[in-house]
Design a protein around this ligand. Structure first.
Ligand SMILES: *[C@@H]1O[C@H](CO)[C@@H](O)[C@H](O)[C@H]1NC(C)=O
Ligand SMILES: *[C@@H]1O[C@H](CO)[C@@H](O)[C@H](O)[C@H]1NC(C)=O
Ligand SMILES: *[C@@H]1O[C@H](CO)[C@@H](O)[C@H](O)[C@H]1NC(C)=O
Ligand SMILES: *[C@@H]1O[C@H](CO)[C@@H](O)[C@H](O)[C@H]1NC(C)=O
Length: 409
């Protein structure tokens, strides 16, 4: 890992002190020119090494919820059905989206294949990483089943157990050689990989769906982030060094929250979003940032990048037209209600009319100008736009690009 320490302490100097008396005048000036030139080359290459050395991540390990699930929940609890995947994969692909997610664009940007879900035992290739995210995952384990509450039992602690098991057993199996060598990562990949996180949104909605007040939800956020911190440290203990951490989005702009948890008319903001939920998301993000600042102190060998995805997503909701999108609060795929969203008749839902099945959860005509896919998740077009904003580091703390996320600043 290259640090930027050198440039901070760099003082211009001449690399060759020359004894002037022994040299002829013209050769002194020649030496001077030459040494200045060498110095220039030296400083130039140093500044390149510091500011722009791409990290060349050989693999990505991802932890999260539906924002980055590439097939985990589908493998364990039934596939996300059509029309999911239609805009890109042309068939359902384990994603709650019409196409690719932000994590898919991250993988593409490194020239890596899309991440296989750890839970997907069919057709997976983990040589370039694994995805432990499942839709509905929370940081804290919930005390309800998926059936009761809709939250996944694969909370962050479970995702960590899976990663721990994967790291250990992938090597035992890889050592058998043959095809296993081409399906599992090399041991050295674990310390050089990018560890990506997008989790927390469901911890916030879990309280609201249990009828908690905003104050009650705020009160448990420190516990949620305490657990988050534990698992980042555990991954670091297993060799992880580069952490790319998304904060949580403006959940108060999504139909599944807007429609399900009532707020006073005065609490709807200019973008049409429910302000109390967005305020809670911002509070979570403030505390997440503080947690990461603390982690940087406790883990001096780790590079932790905090990515403000909230601001990017909120910009999309509040300035949709400017960015080429329309009706940002309206679900592209769904049925009924104010936002083309009904929690009982979701995207892809069919109803029976006189013995005939009719598709009611239809996708919109042009998903490429829609922000929200199904009332809960973003469209591929929105995910691409979000990725394009964050890749440069413009929304990151420290302000370094995705490709440089192995460097500490
Ligand atoms: C689940 O129950 C345990 C034991 O009562 C409690 O400590 C924990 O905070 C609960 N989790 C949530 C998310 O409420
Ligand atoms: C798995 O993916 C890697 C990287 O793309 C590739 O080199 C390898 O051949 C794949 N393994 C198999 C068995 O196809
Ligand atoms: C929350 O309140 C609603 C409306 O009063 C009620 O129907 C629902 O059962 C409550 N949910 C829980 C988990 O208590
Ligand atoms: C995170 O916290 C640090 C230290 O308090 C602050 O300087 C920085 O601006 C914060 N970053 C974001 C994106 O809020």
């Amino acid at each position: 890992m290259i640090d930027c320490l050198y440039s901070r302490y760099m003082i211009p100097f001449y690399p060759f002190p020359f004894p002037s008396s022994a040299l002829h005048c013209s050769s002194i000036s020649l030496m001077h020119t030459l040494s200045t030139f060498l110095l220039f080359i030296f400083l130039f290459s140093l500044s390149l090494a510091c500011a722009a050395t791409p990290c060349d991540f050989p693999a990505i390990f991802n932890f999260g919820d539906s924002n980055s699930d590439t097939g985990g929940l589908s493998a364990a609890f039934g596939q996300a059905g059509p029309p999911a995947g239609e805009s890109f994969f042309h068939t359902p692909a384990g994603r709650y989206c019409d196409g690719r997610l932000v994590i898919d664009f991250v993988a593409e940007s490194f020239g890596l294949p899309y991440l296989s879900a750890f839970l997907d035992s069919v057709g997976s290739n983990f040589s370039h990483g694994a995805n432990f995210a499942t839709a509905g995952s929370t940081i804290r384990p919930q005390n309800t089943t998926l059936h009761q509450s809709g939250f996944s039992p694969i909370s962050l602690n479970v995702q960590f157990y899976e990663f721990n098991d994967f790291k250990h057993r992938s090597q035992l199996v890889r050592n058998k050689g043959g095809v296993f060598k081409r399906l599992l990562p090399k041991a050295r990949v674990f310390s050089r990989a990018l560890y990506a996180f997008d989790i927390g949104q469901n911890d916030l909605t879990a309280g609201y769906f249990l009828n908690m007040t905003t104050d009650e939800v705020r009160a448990y956020i420190p516990d949620v982030l305490g657990q988050f911190k534990t698992y980042v440290k555990n991954i670091h203990h297993l060799g992880g060094r580069s952490f790319w951490i998304h904060n949580t989005g403006p959940v108060g702009c999504l139909a599944y929250v807007l429609d399900r948890v009532p707020v006073e008319p005065g609490q709807i903001d200019k973008a049409g979003c429910a302000d109390p939920f967005n305020q809670v998301a911002k509070y979570f993000n403030l505390k997440l940032n503080k947690t990461i600042v603390q982690l940087r102190k406790e883990l001096p060998s780790a590079a932790l990048t905090y990515v403000d995805v909230y601001s990017v997503k909120y910009e999309l909701f509040s300035q949709a037209r400017k960015h080429g999108f329309v009706n940002p609060l309206r679900s592209c795929c769904g049925h009924g209600g104010k936002h083309n969203y009904d929690m009982h008749v979701g995207c892809g839902a069919k109803i029976k009319v006189r013995g005939k099945e009719i598709l009611v959860g239809k996708p919109c005509k042009d998903p490429s100008v829609a922000v929200v896919w199904d009332g809960v998740h973003y469209t591929q077009a929105a995910n691409k736009w979000i990725f394009d904003q964050i890749v440069s580091g413009a929304y990151s703390d420290p302000p370094i690009s995705l490709k440089e996320a192995c460097h500490r600043h």
